[in-house]
Design a protein around this ligand. Sequence first.
Ligand SMILES: Nc1ncnc2c1ncn2[C@@H]1O[C@H](COP(=O)(O)OP(=O)(O)OP(=O)(O)O)[C@@H](O)[C@H]1O
Length: 272
Amino acid sequence: MSALLSLSNIWVEYGDKIVIENVDLDIEEGAFVSIVGPSGAGKSSLLRIILGQEIPTRGTILLDGQRLGGECGPDRGVVFQRYSVFPHISALRNTMFGLECEQAPLSARLFGTAHKAAKAMAMEMLDAVGLADSMHLYPAQMSGGMQQRLAIAQALIKRPRILLLDEPFGALDPGIRADMHALITRLWNDYALTIIMVTHDIREAFKLGTRVLALDKRRHDPDAPHRFGATAVYDLALRNRKDRAAGEELVAASLTPKIDANPNTKESIGHG
Ligand SMILES: Nc1ncnc2c1ncn2[C@@H]1O[C@H](COP(=O)(O)OP(=O)(O)OP(=O)(O)O)[C@@H](O)[C@H]1O
């Protein structure tokens, strides 16, 4: 089977700072790929490249065999850790907004049957994320978990094939996180999604992923910290519980220790 997404020899450089070097990655349709790595390893940069927000300095990305340029397309949806929803409009309008912009780029307003169809789709998405009863609420009236559910509804309304998640549950309490894990797993199945998720939480990565990619530097130059970039130091397929347990232990023990070893800080890699 050919890959849905194929990255070959990807490099990301900002000036003379090399962030990512030589990443090769083939992602099959339906995979749930978790990306972990120390802070600054380039996880979000890699996600932005797949989204089409940035172009790699070297290398190619193919989506269905077609070369990706620097453009975001409806085939890729994204959810960030926070701030994805618009505070001044209701949950319903937040969810409809993507369709309104697509169909009426100048006014972002739809009328008649187009409005009715967009509203029906938005209500279906809100129902899918468990917010059917909250469609008239504004983000400020919603909890953090509800806002992330809304951000997911927003991302899914255009029916992307690939859902990119950048620390989507990082700001949520542990109990809410567990609910969100169940939600994202259900949506992944129901909507036949391919998911690529960046997380600092190794346990979360191994719990949800069918595959875990760990980015880290293989080489360090103490005199020139930016001389070498991170690359894929582990790429683990997870077929069963045993793979998950062994992989989690291996990755947690091997990634570059960060300056601050406190597992409660965002700087460190550890179990959430
Ligand atoms: N537009 C930019 N210009 C210059 N440097 C950048 C830019 N974007 C990212 N960087 C740098 O690239 C490196 C990787 O950043 P990135 O956010 O991709 O890492 P990350 O692994 O997601 O980190 P974190 O886990 O802390 O979110 C960082 O050192 C960052 O400062």
